[in-house]
Structure formats: structure tokens, C-alpha cells
Design a protein around this ligand. Structure first.
Ligand code: GTP
Ligand code: MG
Length: 213
């Protein structure tokens, strides 16, 4: 059974990366998703930030998403290999008002795939986010083109999002978690050291007793 528990409640902790160019809205998407907040004020992330989102996935499943908010400037550094370690999913974000940030998506995806893999050797599931869709687009990439781009670059799919207006943020996260859980199916908890962070058994037991779901 995945996720030790007393009351047949499965608990997961998944490390999910959020990457993409400077100022595309990674921190804003996470703030919207986790804290239901948005600010126009831009403060560049330095290095990496963290946030935790707890999801009552269904009556028997609790998912904790550990979101790693990686600074856009890190693409030019050597730290991404360290940050990507043991991640099981990723969002790659670009800004629809700046075409150059879309051009950089393939570079981020390549960086990701070359530095982290699932235990079975497959790339980790990743979803492309076309953020700031509340604003005017610089290039109007149509749906077919975007679908094709995702297929070619190995994204599971893409969403137009707005951290500002709260568009598709929850939907994109749900889509990614569905895919992470699908990878996880049938993988015994004890043997999943490669692609999932183990929860402290005592914490799991204590929380399960108090009714985790
Ligand atoms: P780095 O930390 O430098 O890599 O940037 P980031 O990707 O974390 O970007 P951040 O979330 O800090 O957002 C940059 C700017 O874009 C801020 O001024 C935000 O208010 C703005 N912004 C983020 N998301 C949206 C959005 O969906 N719509 C609009 N209109 N503005 C947004
Ligand atoms: Mg940031």
C-alpha cells in the first residue's frame, strides 16, 4: 500500500519544480495557488523559494506538493542540477506578452530532462504554462501549434494561466498531480526512493490517526 497509515489513508509528498525565464510569473502562480494572493509588485526570486500545498485529493488520499520556485536567473547558473534532484513533476512557465520567454521554454525543458529522470528512466511529467493570459499576447500561438509544440518537446499538455485573475492555476496543478499519481500507481511505498520523497513514518502515523483526509 502506498503511504503508510492506520485508517487506509494514503499520503504522498511530491516535489514539483516551477521553472522558466525571469519575471514570467512563477512566484505569482505559486502564491495564487497556495495563498490565494496576487501582487503587481515584482521582486525577483534569488536562488530558490519553497511553498507547500496540501491537497485533499479524495476521501482516502492526501497529497502534499512541495513547490520549488526556482529563480529565472538560475538557467545561467550551475545550481539547477541540485535543485532538480528527486523532483517528480514540473511546470515550465512563459509569459504570453514576451515572445522571448516562449523561445526559452525548450532550453528550460532540455535542462530539466538532462538533469532529472524518474526511477524508470523516463522524463518527469511536465506541464507548460502560458501565463499572464489576462494581457495582450505578443504572438498568437494557436491551439494546434501549441499542442504540436508540447508533443515535440515532451510536455504532457499546456494551459493558459493568469495568476492575476486566477485562471487555470488549480486546473493545471490538478492535471500535473493526476499524472504524477499515475506514475506512482503500483509502486510500493518502501521501494519508491528514487522518485518520491519519503515521509517521516512517525509523522505519517501521527497525522493519520488524527484523520488526514
Ligand atoms: P523571477 O523570480 O525573477 O524568476 O520571476 P517570476 O517568474 O517569479 O515572476 P513573478 O511572479 O515575480 O512576476 C513578475 C511580474 O509579473 C510581477 O510584477 C507580477 O505581478 C506579474 N505577473 C505575474 N503573473 C501575472 C499574471 O498572470 N498577469 C499579470 N498581468 N501580471 C502577472
Ligand atoms: Mg520569482
Amino acid at each position: 500500500m502506498a503511504g503508510g497509515s492506520v485508517s487506509e489513508c494514503k499520503e504522498y509528498l511530491f516535489k514539483v519544480l516551477v521553472i522558466g525565464e525571469l519575471g514570467v510569473g512563477k512566484t505569482s502562480i505559486i502564491k495564487r495557488y497556495v495563498h490565494q494572493l496576487f501582487s503587481q509588485h515584482y521582486r525577483a526570486t534569488i536562488g530558490v523559494d519553497f511553498a507547500l500545498k496540501v491537497i485533499n485529493w479524495d476521501s482516502k488520499t492526501l497529497v502534499r506538493l512541495q513547490l520549488w520556485d526556482i529563480a529565472g536567473q538560475e538557467r545561467f547558473g550551475n545550481m539547477t542540477r541540485v535543485y532538480y534532484k528527486e523532483a517528480v513533476g514540473a511546470f515550465v512557465v512563459f509569459d504570453v506578452t514576451r515572445g522571448s520567454t516562449f523561445d526559452a521554454v525548450s532550453k528550460w525543458k532540455h535542462d530539466l530532462d538532462s538533469k532529472v529522470k524518474l526511477a524508470n528512466g523516463n522524463p518527469i511529467p511536465s506541464v507548460l504554462l502560458a501565463n499572464k493570459c489576462d494581457q495582450k499576447k505578443e504572438n498568437s500561438n494557436n491551439t494546434a501549434l501549441m499542442d504540436n509544440f508540447c508533443k515535440e518537446t515532451g510536455f504532457l499538455g499546456w494551459f493558459e494561466t493568469s495568476a492575476k485573475d486566477n485562471i487555470n492555476v488549480d486546473e493545471a496543478a490538478r492535471f500535473l498531480v493526476e499524472n504524477i499519481l499515475a506514475n506512482d500507481k503500483g509502486l510500493p511505498y518502501e521501494e519508491s526512493n528514487g522518485d518520491r520523497i519519503k515521509l517521516d513514518q512517525e509523522t505519517v502515523a501521527a497525522e493519520s490517526k488524527s484523520g488526514c483526509c
